[in-house]
Design a protein around this ligand. Structure first.
Ligand SMILES: Cc1cc2nc3c(=O)[nH]c(=O)nc-3n(C[C@H](O)[C@H](O)[C@H](O)COP(=O)(O)OP(=O)(O)OC[C@H]3O[C@@H](n4cnc5c(N)ncnc54)[C@H](O)[C@@H]3O)c2cc1C
Length: 416
């Protein structure tokens, strides 16, 4: 089958690789000049299978109000006259109940666990390297209140059978030796030892090269304008460089996916939630992290990627803009230098990306009402983590096979 994948981010490239392995003739189209040049470029580098839960959770509305007014705020809201933003916010708030949270989290965990297995297999079969490490995520608490509040996370991890360790300050230093310099600032930590880290940009590029070996064609520098649908069957893609024929299409355009689908009367609630990162060259490895440390105070992830520290976080709801604000840079600098001053912050590169967020945190993977048109998008905060499993699910569905995990409640039909 001729399958066209729209988007060459982590989701599009992993999908293309699996589709090629399944024997399809695959073309990937992207407006950029290479893979992973938008949201998959400089994310926080966590591959956190255990730390996988929706942002929409009980208690979040009250916490959000507090976060909005914090110095070094983890949440920034720039309200505007935007129906999509308003509708997404309302839907997100309606997912903040215990019942919805439990359903959404179980879907995410199912996909994350499948991704853990799929990524390990992918690593083995391709041998690609991406500054990967397998040393877990340490959630770091600076106050007793944070440590106390983590009791419900511990309960959830235990219920889901995910390995974890509750650590005192010495235990945290044992896992992340550089924290010995700031031991006095730490009250405790929660370690999910099965989590991994790695550079999503390096991984996507290396996998794209493997996909080319399997025969995948990449058409870069091409703006996707619309879809050609005949009756209820998709037939091709319209681009600024002409039409591309397709028997099946996988939409993996991240935050831009809903814009393509709107003219087809497919309402996909994915909204861009902007985040920022700094990539800092390490000058003193003894003061750098070994893996990922989640600073619970600022909701910022600090990750070791080879000879660099990647620090990423913040959620800014401000529409489709990648503007870089100095205040956001200061927040990242503050969080990282406070714990791991082992890098040259002046030489750091500053970046922003748009997380393609669904209101329920779960990506949208599966068919649409149009025959041959499939979605693999809306991976929000954890697209790198969930990419490998999502790719196998979509490849199976396009190929008419039953996926290894239940995928019925991952499709857009769950919103019907
Ligand atoms: C600050 C930050 C930190 C993060 N940290 C983590 C983390 O630690 N772990 C984790 O798992 N996830 C993390 N994420 C989330 C993760 O990065 C995303 O979920 C993931 O990158 C989304 O991948 P994607 O392929 O769907 O989107 P993208 O990477 O944005 O790919 C979409 C592609 O579509 C193309 N495109 C869009 N519209 C068009 C068009 N009209 N024509 C042609 N091409 C088009 C774009 O050029 C782009 O290449 C983080 C995100 C941010 C912003």
């Amino acid at each position: 089958m001729k399958v066209v994948v729209l988007g060459a981010g982590i989701i599009g490239v992993t999908s293309a690789y699996q589709l090629a392995k399944a024997g399809h003739e695959v073309t990937v189209i992207d407006r950029q000049q290479g893979p992973a040049l938008e949201t998959s470029f400089a994310n926080a580098g966590e591959v956190s299978f255990g730390y996988c839960s929706p942002w929409a959770a009980p208690g979040i509305p009250m916490k959000a109000i507090k976060w909005l007014f914090m110095h070094h705020a983890p949440l920034i809201l720039r309200p505007k006259v935007d129906g999509a933003m308003l509708s997404w916010l309302v839907k997100m708030l309606s997912n903040c109940t215990s019942e919805r949270y439990a359903i959404n989290k179980s879907r995410m965990l199912r996909l994350a666990d499948y991704s853990r297995i799929s990524l390990a297999e992918l690593r083995k079969e391709t041998g690609i390297a991406y500054d990967e490490r397998m040393q877990g995520t340490l959630q770091l608490f600076r106050t007793q209140a944070q440590l106390d509040a983590s009791a419900k996370d511990v309960k959830a991890l235990a219920a889901d059978g995910i390995p974890y360790e509750v650590l005192d300050p010495d235990g945290c230093v044992g896992v992340e030796p550089a924290l010995r310099h700031v031991r006095g600032k730490i009250v405790g930590g929660l370690l999910t030892p099965k989590d991994e880290t790695g550079d999503c940009f390096k991984f996507t590029n290396a996998l794209a090269a493997k996909a080319i070996e399997l025969g995948v064609k990449f058409q870069y520098g091409t703006m996707i304008k619309g879809l050609d649908v005949e009756g209820s069957q998709v037939r091709g893609v319209m681009t600024n460089l002409g039409r591309v024929d397709a028997d099946a299409i996988v939409v993996a355009l991240g935050s831009y996916s809903p814009l393509l689908l709107k003219p087809l009367d497919i309402s996909l609630s994915v909204y861009p939630v902007k985040g920022y990162s700094l990539t800092i060259p390490i000058t003193d490895a003894s003061r750098a992290p070994e893996s990922t440390v989640m600073d619970e105070t600022y909701k910022i992830a600090i990750t070791r990627l080879g000879d660099r520290i990647r620090v990423g976080g913040m959620a800014e709801i401000s529409g489709y803009t990648n503007d870089l604000g100095l205040a956001r840079r200061r927040t990242l600098e503050h969080s990282v230098t406070d714990l791991f001053p082992g890098g040259d912050v002046a030489k750091a590169s500053f970046w922003s990306g748009l997380r393609p967020m669904t209101p329920d945190g779960t990506p949208v993977i599966g068919p649409t009402k149009i025959k041959g048109l499939f979605l693999n998008t809306g991976h929000g905060t954890l697209g790198w983590t969930m990419s490998s499993g999502s790719a196998r699910v979509i490849s199976d569905l396009v190929s008419g096979r039953k996926p290894d995990i239940d995928a019925t409640d991952l499709a857009i039909s769950r919103y019907a």
